[in-house]
Ligand binder design. Sequence first.
Ligand SMILES: C[S@@+](CC[C@H](N)C(=O)[O-])C[C@H]1O[C@@H](n2cnc3c(N)ncnc32)[C@H](O)[C@@H]1O
Length: 208
Amino acid sequence: MVTRSDNLPAENVSRGGDGYHIPVLLKETIEGLNIQPSGTYVDCTFGGGGHSRAILEHLDENGVLVAFDQDADAAANLPNDPRIVFIPQNFRHIGRFLKLKNISGVHGILADLGVSSHQFNEPARGFSTRFDANLDMRMNSRQSKTAAEILNTYPEQRLHRMFEQFGEVTNSKTLARTIVAARTSSPFTTIAQFQQVLHSIVKGNPNK
Ligand SMILES: C[S@@+](CC[C@H](N)C(=O)[O-])C[C@H]1O[C@@H](n2cnc3c(N)ncnc32)[C@H](O)[C@@H]1O
């Protein structure tokens, strides 16, 4: 089961007291998973743990929940529960890690894709245009490549393809050309600087 939290503007996402959001489509997600009490489930995107906690409520003492999150901050939200196995890694390695834990099959998998409210609301993470901060945008802070590095080093063609495929923009070619022209005189470091460069070519909501 896959849900999307990041298609909501950050300011529209309800948040729990811990800064993480209230999980989207919680009731529907739990219904859709059709949880067997002693089953094994995977939450690919643990985040604030809202979906995970609801899954745990439906498991008995033999149930198992394997939870992934590549953001080390997510570990702070782990419940003290022996049925949960937390794997602080990208869920693309799911097969390898399940094998490592001797799990040969699961009853359900959930992926709530996108950025968490916590990531949007921490200025230093560099995900939100509501703050000026370094252009970081790493979900996994153990990785070295930041958004600034990508903007400053990728060839124009590669930036064009990246924005075309993932950016949900219609002018990806102009965008890539503008970035490459701007960075020769002044490499990108901050969100404000990036916004200023894009100002003349961004169509629609400038804060998107
Ligand atoms: C929308 S939030 C999930 C919120 C969660 N369902 C809840 O109830 O609080 C998405 C989370 O998935 C993590 N994430 C995104 N892509 C990931 C990936 N490929 N591997 C592991 N974690 C990922 C992010 O770090 C973020 O914490």
